[in-house]
Design a protein around this ligand. Structure first.
Ligand code: SAH
Length: 363
């Protein structure tokens, strides 16, 4: 009985904010409308961010009515809005199924970055990450990924975001089905008009997804490396048991990187775990021949963790070794710590999630 009533109530209309140009063109073709309308509609929806089909004045009344009636328009509401002392802002967004995700806005002098989530929770269970402790509830849909940008622009202004990073909750390469159309909307001149240099996808190293991303989308790539030996990385990033370091680095070497770009390697600095000088020398060797930017991230603590942040001295000497070897290396400034908005602190409100991947597959 339950099943039947759920089906009867389910809304199978497409969400209007989840259609990229190709998706919208298909819908219009189904409706017998010309394809060029897709650009006009995208512009109203995304570039100008109108929230009502009736306002799209260069579109026929009939098409406006169909858009209003035959597609979904609902958007997440803002459950909480936190502002850190350094200007970082974090929003908790309520999804219709009772889950909530987090999005972080990071203003800097020369850019303003939005850090967005791609999943509700995460299945990868990295031992040093608050999101990983929750398990995965579900993938975000394209419109829910896009909604994060819309909330920020609604509250801060349409020009407020210069960069978008997929470094919030979740593993974007395990949700490419919804992440790729979102990227296409971010890149579209009639969508959000961002250059591919201003979009970064961060991954723990899901190799099949990496190859697909490389083929389909020219955005920046960040790899959450965090260790130089498999025995350490197996502990920190359990996904490493499926795609060990040598395979991950071979994939990075083969990645079709656009000219003059670098792959960012993120390396969380954990006291007594991966922060010795010897590790730095190993990292230099591992990255040989890859156009790389190394991003050292001082560990951010969260309730229940046993890890500790490396001391500033250790981080400096690690960085010194990298620099001397000619590797571009920066220490990531910790932002928004007072509102738990820093890397690895995003927990949202996830109803009991599962750790289906990769641990189950490993069993
Ligand atoms: N799943 C993707 C996207 C998350 S990005 C990925 O793993 O890349 C979030 C970044 O913050 C990743 O580099 C992650 O390893 C790092 N991170 C996670 N927990 C952290 C913590 N407690 N302190 C510092 N960085 C952390």
């Amino acid at each position: 009985m339950m099943v039947r009533s759920t089906l009867a109530n389910a809304d199978y209309r497409p969400h209007i904010l989840g259609l990229d140009r190709a998706g919208l063109e298909n819908l219009l073709a189904d409706w017998g409308e010309p394809r060029f309308r897709a650009g006009q509609i995208l512009q109203w929806l995304h570039a100008r961010q109108v929230e009502d089909a009736l306002l799209m004045t260069n579109i026929s009344k009939n098409l406006r009515r169909r858009l209003a009636e035959e597609t979904r328009w609902e958007e997440p509401s803002v459950l909480a809005d936190h502002q850190a002392q350094d200007g970082t802002r974090k929003w908790l967004l309520a999804l219709p199924d009772g889950n909530a995700i987090e999005t972080v806005f990071i203003p800097e002098e020369s850019r303003a970055t939005l850090c967005i989530s791609s999943q509700v929770g995460c299945s990868l269970a990295c031992s040093f990450c608050a999101t990983g402790a929750q398990g995965l509830r579900r993938n975000l849909e394209t419109h829910e990924i896009i909604a994060q940008i819309r909330v920020a622009r609604r509250l801060l202004g349409l020009d407020a975001i210069s960069n978008v990073v997929f470094m919030g909750m979740g593993e974007p390469l395990l949700n490419l089905r919804h992440v790729l159309p979102a990227i296409s909307l971010l890149l579209d001149d009639f969508g959000y008009g961002l250059s591919s240099r201003r979009i970064t996808v961060s991954t723990a190293g899901v190799l099949p997804g990496l190859f697909q991303l490389g083929r389909e989308s020219p955005v920046n790539l960040a790899i959450s490396l965090h260790a130089t030996r498999n025995e350490i990385r197996d502990e920190l990033v359990p996904l490493n048991r499926h795609y060990p370091l040598e395979e991950l680095l071979a994939a990075c070497r083969a990645y079709p990187l656009p000219p003059r770009r670098r792959i960012t390697f993120e390396y969380v600095m954990l006291h007594g775990v991966n922060d010795e000088k010897q590790h730095a020398r190993e990292l230099v060797r591992l990255l040989e021949g890859i156009p790389a930017l190394v991003n050292l991230i001082p560990f951010n603590s969260f309730p229940g963790t046993n890890y500790q942040r490396s001391t500033p001295d250790r981080i400096d000497s690690f960085r010194e070794i990298m620099l001397r070897a000619g590797l571009m290396t920066v220490t990531r400034k910790t932002r928004g710590e007072d509102i738990a908005a820093a890397c690895g602190q995003l927990a949202g409100q996830v109803r009991s999630g599962r750790r289906a991947f990769p641990l189950k597959a490993a069993g």
